[in-house]
Design a protein around this ligand. Structure first.
Ligand SMILES: NC(=O)c1ccc[n+]([C@@H]2O[C@H](COP(=O)([O-])OP(=O)(O)OC[C@H]3O[C@@H](n4cnc5c(N)ncnc54)[C@H](OP(=O)(O)O)[C@@H]3O)[C@@H](O)[C@H]2O)c1
Length: 218
């Protein structure tokens, strides 16, 4: 799929901060013909959007809506919300991987992941290890085009308050003029544009977009 081609996109995580920006951009982009966005929540109706309600813990792969040439994944939770490391891993590793495997089986050639800075299967940190293992496992599937967009702290308005992230965001905003680009806040719309650009460009091989390429006004 080269730039300019039309595309049917499958988006998981569309109700989240980054995912909602991807959805908005994709629906407005004439190169995207149709968006399938399975999730737990109903989404606002749009002529190009199909948003089936889906329980990821029970997905069989037989559901008819798993279709599209490209996948963008912005799924994710926090250990606090998930309740345990195992539950976190289910959402941040197992669900994105299951979606990838079944979409690849159904012919998708492109997968773009909203990963995270520091993703590393051998990291000392649990969060970075989960993200790194997901990247590794996705690479083994055989997509023609795979991209890992790796933001640092994501900036944007959330429905729920995340105290730690709120404090980090305030500190990073004050320190922004003297911080290296790598450590600046990455605004959700900038990350979303990068994810969509990767899906549309569909460059063969594996591409990593680092946090320093995701800066802009929050
Ligand atoms: N927060 C940061 O600063 C940061 C930094 C780097 C990378 N990241 C990563 O970036 C990605 C996107 O982040 P975000 O801030 O946009 O996330 P978010 O706003 O929390 O959205 C997460 C999405 O995942 C879905 N989800 C969560 N748990 C689910 C479950 N059990 N079953 C089905 N769907 C579930 C949510 O659906 P519901 O609306 O139904 O809950 C939502 O659509 C995540 O993978 C995150 O780890 C985050």
């Amino acid at each position: 799929m080269d730039r300019g081609d039309i595309m049917k996109l499958l988006l998981v995580g569309a109700s989240g901060l980054v995912g909602s920006h991807v959805l908005k951009l994709a629906l407005a982009d004439p190169r995207v013909t149709h968006v399938v966005a399975p999730g737990r929540k109903a989404l606002a109706a749009h002529a190009k959007l199909e948003a089936p309600i889906c329980d990821f813990s029970g997905m069989t792969g037989d559901e008819p809506f798993w279709q599209g040439g490209a996948v963008i994944c912005t799924l994710g939770t926090t250990i606090k919300v998930a309740g345990s490391q195992a539950a976190f891993e289910r959402v941040d590793h197992d669900y994105p991987l299951t979606v990838a495997r079944l979409m690849h089986k159904r012919g998708a050639q492109v997968y773009v992941l909203n990963s995270a800075i520091g993703a590393d299967a051998n990291s000392r940190f649990f969060y970075n290890r989960v993200k790194g293992r997901l990247e590794q496992d996705l690479a083994a599937i055989g997509f023609r085009s795979l991209a890992f967009v790796r933001p640092g702290l994501i900036g944007g308005e959330r429905a729920e308050r995340r105290r730690g992230e709120g404090i980090a965001e305030a500190v990073l905003k004050i320190a922004a003029p003297v911080l290296p680009k790598r450590w600046r806040i990455n605004p959700a719309p900038v990350i979303a544009q990068s994810l969509l650009d990767c899906a549309l460009a569909a460059k063969p091989g594996i591409r990593i977009v680092p946090s320093e390429e995701l800066t802009g006004q929050v």
